[in-house]
Design a protein around this ligand. Structure first.
Ligand SMILES: Cc1cc2nc3c(=O)[nH]c(=O)nc-3n(C[C@H](O)[C@H](O)[C@H](O)COP(=O)(O)OP(=O)(O)OC[C@H]3O[C@@H](n4cnc5c(N)ncnc54)[C@H](O)[C@@H]3O)c2cc1C
Length: 439
């Protein structure tokens, strides 16, 4: 839940339901409203990025930047010790009873104990690394912006919306902004767009960059044909599984303390699944949230009008690939098995969604998954990075928009695909690396 006025109010088609998509409308962006789970992307992810033509993004090139961002308060070897984002994990003796029960159930099911889920090839069950030392959120704004707010060459304009990028031929020369009802322009030697995986493609499209047929239909003069803008919409499709619980969840402690990362049956992709568990705050309910962490389904988004306040069209096409549905079906059943463990005995009184008959039928379970599919909140890929021969790529390896000058994108939109982890750590790593490439 995000406080009123701090969300962009987007909706999207997720499975069969139309869902609210939260995006932080605040300095610090979604890192100021997110769940603070801080997982590095996995080495396999960056092998894939490099294979797709992004040689500079292989694991050995990105690992130093993951370390540069963080100060890990729990582990020494292989971790950063001087970065602005402090990372901690809940110690075992702090785990809530249902988190402990989940851990025990996973271990007895045969999953590995994993004290550090940010070790590069870590797999199994363990405490989440979190960017909230002492329970205080350490957003990108707090970690990166607060220390430099006094700099003479930095001006932060709040309550200001960028409506278009301005050009002289192929060269970006500034932006058009809206402050209240007043439109103005800001000139710039270079424009770096960081409006996020929804905001950035929408901004490009409003500026005439995208599929010319689509833009012309909306009355926007196409200035640059780049068909990948808004395509390749990636996320982590999830589905909430509920049990009724003996007690209400506590309101004063973080929901997610422990998680399970594992590889789905017959999957060629290592560690392509994750399961969250949470005692629902102030309700007698337990939630497990199986999530496909490397989905094959991809969606798209686009503006529906030149008016920046118009609701965009966002369609995840979640579970459109049958392998995603198969992996989710098995994951929901795995959750059902884990919840039968004795350790959950004092806490749970029964599965409520899906019901047991639904769980037992492939067809009914598929239907239930499609009816209840939900975002993992990790939208990315909508201005994907890739070589110019990749027809759907939008930026090159340094974030420069193909075919245009002095225009870069630095945010989750340029990820070629989701990483097998919550994406905030990877977005910060990318920003550090791209800043180095241009300094
Ligand atoms: C509810 C929720 C929970 C999440 N939990 C986690 C988690 O636990 N762990 C994790 O790793 N990730 C999590 N995420 C995702 C993570 O926070 C984001 O992926 C990350 O912040 C990067 O997102 P982004 O690059 O898309 O941009 P954002 O962080 O969304 O930043 C974009 C910024 O641009 C601004 N903007 C957009 N359009 C315009 C415009 N036209 N003019 C001016 N400004 C504009 C926005 O207001 C925002 O400040 C969560 C996200 C949400 C919403």
């Amino acid at each position: 839940m995000v406080a009123k006025g701090f969300d962009w109010g987007y909706t999207a088609q997720a499975g069969r339901q139309v869902e609210k998509i939260i995006r932080g409308k605040i300095v610090g962006g979604s890192s100021a409203v997110n769940a603070q789970i801080y997982l590095w992307g996995l080495p396999y992810d960056f092998e894939n990025w490099a294979k797709a033509g992004n040689d500079q993004w292989a694991w050995e090139s990105v690992a130093p930047y993951f370390r540069k961002v963080e100060t890990d308060l729990d582990f020494e070897a292989g971790h950063g010790k001087q970065g602005p984002i402090q990372i901690r994990r809940y110690a075992k003796d702090e785990w809530l009873p249902t988190q402990r029960a989940f851990y025990e159930a996973c271990i007895d099911h045969g999953f590995a104990d994993c004290p550090d889920l940010n070790e590069p090839y870590a797999t199994g069950v363990g405490p989440y690394p979190m960017n909230n030392p002492g329970g205080i959120r350490l957003s990108a704004a707090i970690g990166y912006l607060n220390p430099v707010r006094d700099r003479a060459n930095l001006q932060i304009l709040s309550e200001t919306e960028t409506t278009r990028v301005l050009f002289d031929g192929p060269r970006a020369t500034g932006i058009e902004v809206l402050q209240g009802s007043t439109t103005g322009t800001i000139e710039a030697k270079e424009v770096v767009v960081s409006a996020g995986a929804i905001g950035s493609p929408l901004l490009l499209q409003r500026s005439g960059i995208g599929n010319p047929d689509h833009l012309s239909r909306l009355g926007i003069r196409p200035s640059h044909d780049l068909r990948g803008v808004g395509e390749n919409l990636r996320d982590h499709p999830a589905v909430p599984v509920y049990w009724s619980a003996q007690q209400t969840g506590p309101g004063d402690i973080h929901w997610h303390q422990v998680g399970l990362r594992y590889t789905a049956a017959d999957s060629p992709d290592h560690d392509d699944m994750i399961v969250y568990v949470a005692h629902v705050r102030d309700e007698p309910k337990l939630l497990m949230r199986p999530t496909v962490n490397l989905a094959r389904s991809a969606g798209r988004l686009s503006i529906t009008s030149s008016d920046p306040s118009a609701q965009p069209a966002i369609d995840y096409r979640m579970f459109s690939d049958p392998f995603d549905l198969k992996r989710m079906r098995e994951a929901v059943r795995l959750c059902g098995e884990l919840a039968k463990h004795d350790a959950f005995g004092p806490h749970l009184s029964g599965l409520t969604a899906p019901t047991t008959p639904i769980l037992e039928s492939d067809r009914d379970l598929d239907d239930w998954i499609l009816d209840n599919a939900t975002t993992g909140h990790h939208v990315c890929g909508t201005c994907r990075m890739g070589p110019e021969c990749d027809a759907l790529s939008v930026v090159d390896e340094t974030g420069n928009v193909h075919g245009l000058d002095h225009l870069r994108i630095v945010d989750a939109s340029i990820m070629p695909d989701c990483v097998r982890a919550n994406i905030h750590a990877t977005v910060l790593m990318m920003a550090e690396k791209l800043a180095d490439q241009h300094s």
